[in-house]
Design a binder for this molecule. Structure first.
Ligand code: GUN
Ligand code: FE
Length: 421
């Protein structure tokens, strides 16, 4: 049943600066598409079934633009290192285990059940190099009812033999043939891990596959200073890290959807190209703190008109909660402002909410808000256990549930008009 009406306190981002609030309003979903927010229910929708959520809050579902399903198993562990050492000591040995489908089944089952219960309705996900385990993850994500892009990771250099692909392009082609168009909600996305882990011929082959199959691209960009220096040595003659992806046709442009995570140190030229090419930025604030990468100047990117969303980046980040990611984005931006650069404003609560909903949702199309014509993804929040003696506003209730709540406060979830719980 994908046509219905919800009643409650409806909140969504009007734009990057402002959350609009509609108390005791009606929210209409018709065939999975939002028809808007109404104070009085229009006559034409009066026959639709109505669910009254009373005093609860209804917000758009959140889009996690970057999360490693294969690293979920060691979330909250091994943070005493910087990125490159962390990959070697934690990521690569763990990701090797996904050659064993029994392990993959257990680990991905846990990942999917956690993310299904969370405030996330859509995600862009990294798996591992293993085709079969990646397809298993795709099946599980499809069964969950969430919407996702899932990437079979490509890597064939600067990594241990046990996690290095032997025939990356042929295997990726086969994976695309097996998965592109197979499911309603789950799609493949090309996923070169990052420039240091792919040889030139693999990068070139992936650029061509992206065009041939019309599939998007996701990767990591300008995350860590040692990484950036390394990329300039590996791909000489490029202006910056982004230019190295562009050299292989993996950096947006001509309709290629492209998502780059981190962008902590992107220079002006890299940003300009991203804007021109429509490359979307996935901000990963907790991960950037945990592996001591830095803090991306997100307010500046928004002011420049770049497309930015938010992400948890588990297991660089420790938790799948996008509420926590919002808090980390706000807090880290304040330290950046205080300690480094007062020319870039710190993020307000409303901006962080925008990043988690409308900002990131744009990667999926008309997603992340309750405008007429948007896909209907919604989360229902019950904050009754977060007690307070004073009167607070509906906006303050949202703020508190983001800062203080957890999955027990999430009491309903809809994706493309389908009720998950
Ligand atoms: N860069 C290349 N691989 C990774 C990864 O797994 N996590 C993060 N945070 N950065 C990366
Ligand atoms: Fe990552």
């Amino acid at each position: 049943m994908r046509s219905f009406v919800l009643k409650g306190h409806i909140l969504h981002s009007r734009d990057k600066d402002r959350i609009d609030i509609f108390e005791n309003h009606y929210l209409v979903c018709q065939e999975g598409i939002c028809r808007g927010i109404f104070g009085q229910l229009p006559q034409q929708y009066s026959d639709l079934p109505l669910e009254d959520f009373g005093d609860k809050l209804v917000i758009p579902g959140m889009s996690d633009l970057h999360i490693h399903a294969s690293q979920f198993s060691y979330r909250g562990l091994g943070m005493d290192m910087e990125l490159l050492q962390w990959l070697e000591h934690h990521a690569f040995p763990e990701e090797r285990k996904y050659e064993d489908l029994t392990y993959a089944d257990r680990a991905y089952g846990q990942f999917v059940s956690h993310i299904r219960r969370s405030e996330t309705t859509r995600a862009c996900v990294f798996a591992t190099i293993h085709r079969e385990a990646t397809e298993l993850l795709m099946e599980k994500m499809e069964d969950s009812g969430l919407v996702s892009y899932i990437g079979k990771v490509n890597m064939n250099r600067n990594c241990p033999d046990f996690i290095s692909e032997k025939d990356a392009i042929a295997d990726t082609r086969l994976w695309l043939q097996e998965t592109a168009g197979k499911w309603e909600n789950t799609k493949p996305i090309l996923t070169p891990r990052f420039i240091p882990s792919c040889t030139d011929d693999v990068l070139e082959g992936l650029g061509k596959l992206s065009r041939e199959f019309d599939v998007p691209v996701q990767s990591h960009l300008s995350e860590n200073l040692s990484e950036i220096r390394w990329v300039s040595e590996l791909v000489p003659g490029t202006k910056n890290y982004g230019d190295a992806y562009a050299k292989f046709d993996l950096f947006g442009k001509d309709g290629q959807k492209c998502l780059m995570s981190h962008c902590v140190y992107s220079d002006d030229d890299e940003l300009q190209t991203m804007k021109e090419n429509g490359v979307v930025i996935a901000h990963c604030p907790e991960s950037n703190m945990n592996v001591a990468s830095g803090v991306a100047p997100i307010d500046r990117y928004l002011e420049l008109g770049l497309q930015v969303g938010l992400s948890t980046d588990v297991a660089g980040g420790s938790h799948e909660s996008m509420f926590r990611a919002m808090i980390h984005a706000i807090q880290s931006s304040k330290l950046r402002w205080r300690l480094l650069d007062q020319n870039v404003k710190f993020l307000s609560f409303d901006k962080a909410f925008y990043l988690a909903t409308r900002g990131g949702g744009a990667f999926f199309g008309k997603v992340g808000a309750f405008d007429d014509g948007y896909e209907f993804d919604a989360v229902v929040l019950d904050d009754a256990n977060l007690d307070h003696p004073q009167q607070i506003t509906t906006h303050e209730r949202l703020e508190r549930v983001v800062y203080l709540g957890d999955e027990r406060n999430i009491v309903g979830k809809y994706v493309r008009g389908r009720k998950l719980f």
